[in-house]
Design a protein around this ligand. Structure first.
Ligand code: SF4
Ligand code: SF4
Length: 470
């Protein structure tokens, strides 16, 4: 049997319609055209909120402390006045799980909108593209500059672009590293060149990462490196909103005379102006159908809508639409896949809010001394323990320390303790067995610490008491 090798046409058989490669297909640099529109405004809003969150939480103070600070040395995580400890990492893990599930929900609802509107990779790429536009001009000027030989003009423009890119990257790296070391001190140390080697390394590392990712790699990160882009398409269903070209309305595409009855000439609404391709940050042609490279940013929708406005045609030739809607049906919102994700997400957020509200603001760990037991001056069997008590509140607190239902046990050590806000104290205590129950062997006992101002705030921890087996 003859094996057929699939062959792809490399040139158009119709000389009137030469094949046009998209920037992504051509493999060259992508020079996007600037544009305005509803979805661009929405993206600006998304970027503004992300900026507020990213830079604001590093620079704004809250209760006399940086609003968000991960103090690795003290093993404390401060967030808007609340302090979290390694014991609370379960809550931080829960936040990550909820965020991942929220992303799944958004993907089922509207495809890759997270990528297009709020992903830091996209947001920083848009900023870098804006800098490029400011320093090197709009699309046509940049293409010309690319092709031009090196000159003082080209060196100055390129230098300004890379200088500004590096400045944005440095400010970004500073904010990121500032989550782990107080940002004001860090800025001062950098300015006076007194920064430590490790901190300097991380600032340089994140500066380089931002510069390379948003300046040079750009859409390649979304297309080839991001694991989320690989699997999210399997989450789409026939009702997921994706950026789509309405081929039934747009074809046959082509230019037309101003007052001609283009429909009578067999033409659709697409005038083949390629504006949708020229604004695309990943350099694809949405008219070729849904592609892995599409980040759902809606730039092509804005571009096409403005063309439709100029022509007096209805908007929406390129739009967020579902496969079902494009096939002539109606998008189903109340579908099991979407409702199931929404219900699960609501349940997780509710459980998290409850766990956060019920989070104990007092912690007690008990460690029994590694020795077996000893006999004290009164001839009683005695065990030694170390109590690690943490005041997780933002106020100074006084605590009572006792044994729960002590029976024949007696606690020797301080019965009250004063702790400053966020203070950790290791407290050595001993417990003696007052009765002569030496034959009992290992027994259980429970330590309890109670906040004297709020007796409902208490925590109890079990441990073991060792005694001879005679
Ligand atoms: S095809 Fe449209 S929505 Fe997709 S990445 Fe390009 S401009 Fe954005
Ligand atoms: S912007 Fe609209 S009209 Fe122009 S090529 Fe794209 S789909 Fe066709």
């Amino acid at each position: 049997m003859t094996e057929l090798i699939p062959v792809r046409a490399v040139e158009s058989i119709d000389p009137a319609k030469p094949i046009r490669l998209t920037p992504a297909q051509a493999g060259g640099p992508i020079h996007t055209r600037s544009f305005t529109g509803r979805f661009r405004n929405l993206r600006l809003l998304g970027a503004g909120l992300l900026f507020l969150l990213f830079f604001g939480t590093a620079w704004i103070d809250w209760n006399d402390r940086q609003a968000v600070l991960w103090d690795l040395g003290a093993r404390q995580f401060h967030i808007f006045g609340a302090t979290y400890w390694p014991q609370d990492f379960i809550l931080l893990s829960a936040i990550l799980i909820i965020a991942a599930f929220g992303l799944f929900f958004i993907t089922v609802l509207a495809g890759r909108v997270w990528c297009g509107y709020a992903c830091p990779q996209s947001v920083w790429t848009w900023i870098f593209m804006r800098v490029e536009q400011l320093t090197e001009g709009d699309r046509g000027q940049r293409i010309k500059l690319d092709a031009a030989p090196w000159s003082l003009h080209k060196i100055l423009r390129r230098g300004a672009k890379h200088g500004l890119w590096l400045a944005v990257s440095l400010v970004t790296a500073l904010a990121f590293v500032g989550y782990f070391t107080p940002i004001r001190q860090l800025t001062l140390d950098l300015a006076t060149l007194e920064v430590g080697a490790t901190t300097a390394f991380w600032v340089l590392f994140f500066t380089a990462a931002t510069y390379i990712n948003a300046g040079w790699l750009r859409e390649k990160v979304c297309r080839d490196m991001c694991p989320y882009s690989r699997f999210q398409s399997v989450m789409f269903d026939r009702d997921t909103l994706i950026v789509s070209y309405d081929a039934a309305r747009g074809e046959n595409r082509g230019p037309r005379r101003k007052d001609a009855d283009y429909k009578a000439e067999g033409l659709g609404d697409c005038i083949d102006c390629t504006m949708c391709v020229q604004v695309c940050p990943t350099g694809i042609d949405i008219r070729d159908g849904l592609q892995l490279d599409c980040i759902g940013c809606g730039a092509c929708i804005d571009a096409c809508d403005s063309v439709m406005d100029k022509l007096g045609y209805a908007r929406g030739l390129v739009r967020y639409g579902s496969e079902r809607e494009l096939a002539g049906g109606k998008t189903r919102w109340l579908r099991p896949n979407l409702v199931g994700h929404a219900a699960m997400l609501a349940l997780m957020i509710g459980a998290f809010a409850w766990a956060l509200a019920e989070r104990p603001l007092l912690s007690l760990d008990v460690t029994r001394d590694r020795g077996l037991y000893r006999e004290n001056a009164l001839g009683q069997i005695e065990n030694i323990y170390s109590l690690k008590i943490i005041n997780k509140t933002q106020q100074a607190r006084s605590y009572s320390i006792a044994l729960v239902e002590p029976g024949d046990f007696e606690l020797h050590g301080p019965s009250t303790l004063h702790l400053a806000p966020g203070e950790i104290r290791d407290l050595p205590v001993s417990v003696a067995l007052t009765a002569t129950r030496n034959g009992a062997g290992p027994q259980h006992l429970q330590f309890e610490v109670t906040d004297q101002a709020e007796p409902d705030s208490r925590v109890a921890t079990r441990s073991t008491f060792l005694a001879p087996l005679r």
